[in-house]
Design a protein around this ligand. Structure first.
Ligand SMILES: Nc1ncnc2c1ncn2[C@@H]1O[C@H](COP(=O)(O)OP(=O)(O)OP(=O)(O)O)[C@@H](O)[C@H]1O
Ligand SMILES: [Mg+2]
Length: 163
């Protein structure tokens, strides 16, 4: 159970929430007022209550969340289309973001053909691709080997993705 949480995030802030396993980090990230397990309080974005998931918030979950019936590229294109990106641009943007996470040549593979770390990198590329205002990531690099994790951390903080 989470209670007494009071958290304000400002523009351009990079905040890490650290705590022991089971303390409620994932619960906090998935919190939304309109749900059975939410008793009281508000979750506001730009001062407005949020009713549920929205395209202004990109999320990379702790477990893999690719759509199994779409390829790596298809998963990203799906999010781009949902975010209103013109269809003519989706393929190129998806490819660019796959290359960003070093998966440019795995674009046509199905999630079942990708390793755990590769799936997680597609999820990261997908969340970055449509430029959400807020990016929420729940231990996004947990499934990655040390070298890839370092590359992805550099990518996220705006450095170079290559070692
Ligand atoms: N669906 C659920 N039903 C009941 N209890 C749950 C559920 N999901 C999580 N919990 C409980 O809520 C608490 C917080 O879980 P949560 O997943 O938020 O932890 P966490 O800080 O993200 O842990 P980890 O670092 O292991 O990912 C835990 O005690 C867990 O057992
Ligand atoms: Mg968790």
């Amino acid at each position: 159970m989470l209670h007494g949480i009071d958290l304000t995030l400002n523009d351009n802030e990079f905040v890490s929430i650290v705590g022991a396993s089971g303390c409620g980090k994932s619960t906090l990230l998935s919190m939304r007022p309109v749900s059975d397990d939410f008793d009281s309080g508000d979750v506001l974005v730009d001062g407005q209550p949020i009713p549920g998931p929205g395209l202004d918030r990109g999320v990379v979950f702790q477990s893999y969340t690719l759509l199994p019936w779409l390829t790596a590229r298809g998963n990203i294109e799906f999010a781009l289309k949902a975010a209103g990106t013109p269809a003519s641009q989706c393929r190129e943007i998806a490819q660019q973001h796959l290359e960003l996470v070093k998966l440019g040549d795995a674009a046509d593979r199905w999630p079942s053909e990708l390793s755990g770390g590769m799936k997680q990198r597609v999820a990261i590329a997908r969340a970055l691709s449509y430029r959400p205002k807020i990016l929420l990531m729940d231990e996004p690099f947990g499934a990655l080997d040390a070298m890839t994790r370092h590359q992805m951390q550099q990518l996220l903080i705006g450095g170079k993705a290559s070692p």
